[in-house]
Design a binder for this molecule. Sequence first.
Ligand code: PLP
Length: 374
Amino acid sequence: MNVAYFDLKTQYASLRSDVLYSLDRVCRDAAFILGEEVARFEQEFAAYCGAKHCVAVNSGTSALHLALLGAGVQPGDQVVTTANTFIATAEAISYTGARPVFVDIDPQTANIDPALIEKAITSRTKAILPVHLYGRPVDLDPIMEIAERHGLTVIEDACQAHGAVYKGRRVGSVGRAAAFSFYPGKNLGAYGEGGALTTNDDSLAQFARALRDHGQSKRYFHDFVGYNYRMDGLQGAVLRIKLKHLNEWNAKRRELAAIYRELLSGAGVEMAQDDPQAECVYHLFVVYAENRDFVRQELEKRGVQTAIHYPQPVHLQEPYRALGYANGSLPFTERASDRCVSLPLYPELPEEQARYVAEALIEVMEGAFVGAGK
Ligand SMILES: *Cc1c(COP(=O)(O)O)cnc(C)c1O
């Protein structure tokens, strides 16, 4: 059996007529930048997240940047975050002139460990930027409590967690602001680049709206230096169609994840814990294996494609070397990065393929075929 790691083509086949109809309408209206479709998507996505405002932008990275600027993060400030993430989380902090301060993860969740945050706070700390990694909600309550006690802002990196729920609330509605990415492979993906900021804060939303469009509040009158972070009209149209399916797709991801969990936990495969108070939307299904590269090769021989998210944690990446984090400084983050393997998971993945992947992984990890392929 051949199991693809990921596939967007099957989904397109099921949406094709709706998508083409909407794209044609945008083209006939020549509403290529922002426009009606984007404005409607903003309303629909804000409502979906349970947030008051949504500001659509051109990427998740831009959304993070605007959220940090909206929180007043400035050059010389510090922002506490995780190194077990895609580099964009740290880059957005760097864009503001602030410095990321990395805290280790809780190995049970792979997310930032709330118990380690307080020790990382200094007089220059302005914000905390937790990431709902792989679609698993961060334990936000203790983080909100620490932030309140120290007068800090919490920005959620929800770029992998569209629709995830934390204690009855959708992620993106808990912190002061949140960033979502609509990169095509995300749970809610555009047909190109896209992102959004959500917030319940009226003035932050207004500021972000101006910042994404060259700092203008009125056409050609600019209040400050802004950016060109606008969303395309075509992306708004695609996202409106796809948002209607998000719950059903996330449910499918969770069903497939349940199959993996059931088969793999019996075999003692290491994976993150599910929090009964939260709903993980399984952007990725990640397991941890001692001999990761060997495991991946053996799976490949059995027709199973896998991926790694991420092979090098952010604190050890070249641009952040100057911050002085040594090898071993974030032991759980580094351990996760050395051992993680992402298994195939997308809503259209046939259940029998998920079963096959789990069985192949168990076979490989039990060492039944060690040396067989040499
Ligand atoms: C995808 C992603 C981003 C960046 O989103 P882009 O739309 O690619 O700019 C930021 N943070 C995390 C955790 C992501 O997965």
